[in-house]
Design a protein around this ligand. Structure first.
Ligand code: G3P
Ligand code: CA
Length: 269
């Protein structure tokens, strides 16, 4: 970069693989985080929901038909809600063939297997509690699963885990259960409303289209529950020029479907 630009430069944002690397492997699968690891992507994002019999799994949509072969295996079970299927049933689904036959046989991961693989890959996790309004009590269950898998030890909690949600009340519940956990609110509250989010959120993570320099300044001016300035991770940014513009503006993280492309663009700027 030119010296003048370098003088006003912010630290390079962290790049986060949205659902893994969905431009190269089926979203929210172990194959997707393994692909991220091979590309050198340290941070991955996922979505967590609950089955009919109470198991936590990794899946974005609240229905199963887009990212599995559920329609073929269970044709009479429309609308194929995640919450209408047991873990054993979901375990029979192919979560890879819809994407590419090279991924045939890929399974919908349990949160337990996913957390262990992220650890094995030495990656870090932005865990989204997806649609918690459909799953009463899921916050307590997620905390229990994090504890059981070693994700609540100091090293994970301080530097390898952030839990985010569009649902502020779910985040407040999580904050009561585990004040030490870092949390991100998904959305772009007005500057005048940000202070109430800073009581429980360490990050405010908006659609990148909502980010303006003045809004970003308002967020960064506030301190979160752990006494540090609030951070901003913007989603979902797949255009290199857009990512560079956001980095120059000063965002702290970029959530992207193509983390390798965005990391290279930021490094080259
Ligand atoms: O991480 C931000 C982003 O994942 C939120 O939107 O719908 O992809 O979960 P969505
Ligand atoms: Ca998500």
């Amino acid at each position: 970069a030119a010296p003048a630009a370098a003088a006003t430069r912010h630290a390079e944002p962290v790049v986060i693989g949205h659902r893994g690397v969905p431009v190269q492997a089926p979203e929210n699968t172990l194959a997707s985080i393994d692909r991220a690891a091979r590309l050198g992507t340290v941070w991955v994002e996922n979505d967590v929901q609950r089955t009919k019999d109470g198991a936590l799994i990794v899946m974005h949509d609240t229905t199963l038909e887009r990212t599995t072969d559920v329609k073929r295996l269970y044709p009479g079970r429309a609308p194929w809600k995640v919450s209408d299927f047991t873990l054993a049933e979901i375990g029979t689904l192919d979560a890879g063939s819809w994407y590419d036959r090279r991924f045939k046989g890929e399974r919908v991961p349990t949160l337990d297997r996913y957390l262990r693989r992220v650890d094995h890959n030495r990656q870090k996790l932005l865990l989204e509690v997806k649609a918690p309004e459909l799953y009463p009590g899921i916050e307590r269950q997620i905390v229990a699963e994090l504890r059981r898998t070693g994700w609540l030890d100091a090293a994970h909690v301080r530097g390898r885990l952030i839990v985010q949600s569009f649902n502020a009340s779910s985040l407040r519940t999580l904050h009561t259960l585990r004040p030490d956990l870092k949390k991100g609110f998904l959305g772009a509250p007005k500057a005048s409303e940000l202070r109430s989010y800073a009581a429980f959120a360490d990050q405010i993570n908006p659609s990148y289209k909502s980010v303006t320099p003045s809004w970003l300044r308002s967020v960064h001016a506030l301190k979160g529950p752990h006494g540090r300035p609030l951070e901003v991770s913007a989603w979902t940014v797949d255009d290199a020029d857009e990512a560079v513009a956001l980095a120059r503006m000063g965002v702290d993280g970029i959530i992207t479907n193509a983390p390798h492309v965005i990391a290279e663009a930021l490094a080259d700027d």
